[in-house]
Write a protein of this length. Sequence first.
Length: 400
Amino acid sequence: MLRPVGLLVAAVLCLSLEGCSNEVPRTVTAVGRATVAAPKQGPPASKAVSRHAPVQAREPSPFTFLVGGDGHADDRLVVDLVTALERNRLRLRLRQSRGPEQDLLTLLQNPGIDVALIPTDAIEALPRRMRAGVQDNLRYLFRVPGQRLHILARRDIATLHDLDGRKIGIGQPGSGTALTARLIFDKLGIKAEFTNDDPFTASLRLRSNEIQAVVLLASDTSKDVLAFESDGNFHLVPVSFQTVAAPLEDLIVHYSPSQLTDEEYPYLVNQGQPVETIAVNRVLALRNWPEGSAHYQRLADLSEALSTYLFDEVQKPAGNGIDPAEQAIGWKRFRPTEILLARRAQEVAERRSFEEFTAAQGNCPLPDAAARERLYNDFLVWRKAREPDPSAAGSAPDKQ
């Protein structure tokens, strides 16, 4: 019964628009996205402000982010965060990471830190008795591109287990590389001797065979690995996700399968034979403040600004690598972000239904995108007017 009525309404709405043409209908980006209300502008500089004039609302203080500055990938991410906030007249202040474990504790203990870029395996570095409580007090906005594990070694080191009893450079104490390396090697039962040199010194010691491998984490192509002169005697050791999944069963939620290619590292990876590795999952994490508190509302405004921007960016072929809907396993999403994502999914579903509906008519192609958008809005109003009233339905038994 609904379909004939729908067809009639569509025809009437179509005729009410500015003519028809034979242009093939095009999908229009979903409308109705929420935006953050911008603070009111102050008076023009040329006019003096009366001492009795009403006080203007103060500009929101900058949002403080803890980030590690992991090369170009994180640089692009920061640029996108700044752009998203500027669109809503909000500001971003950056604080340098002090290492994943320390950043995690700072986020929980310092109310002045709004968001931290956290590798999810950082929780495993905390004492076991603390982990559940920490997890309950954290939420996340979005997943961000992970950091891939690079293990650089001589070619006689064919597998991870060949490093048992060897010396391995894992970077500075407290760094993400050191944390991940210790977790993985410990879980795999590989007894190695770790050193804490910087990447340049570690590469010199690897070449002189003072150490037998160097471990690095990087989101993009690692400039330190790329700068290493292989001479054909070194390579990147494969780390199979399937191989480590069983021994790392309690950690595997923190890692994803990935690859290192010869296009990135032509002297360390054989042509056409990508090297398997794992990537450490990362999130934009925040503290789980009580709902209704000032901190909670402040972060809800931040979530709305970022979500609106990322919904646009995810459509671009060369974006920041963030898919807003991608989930972080084992983590709970910040509730306002969850609501925005559900709303977005509903809009996409409505748009898809509308496109299928109008395409099925076939007799009245719409003249342009603006006309199509007007028809879509009229379609939503018409459908909403015909939805049953939940309150009326619920009151029927009471009347009886």
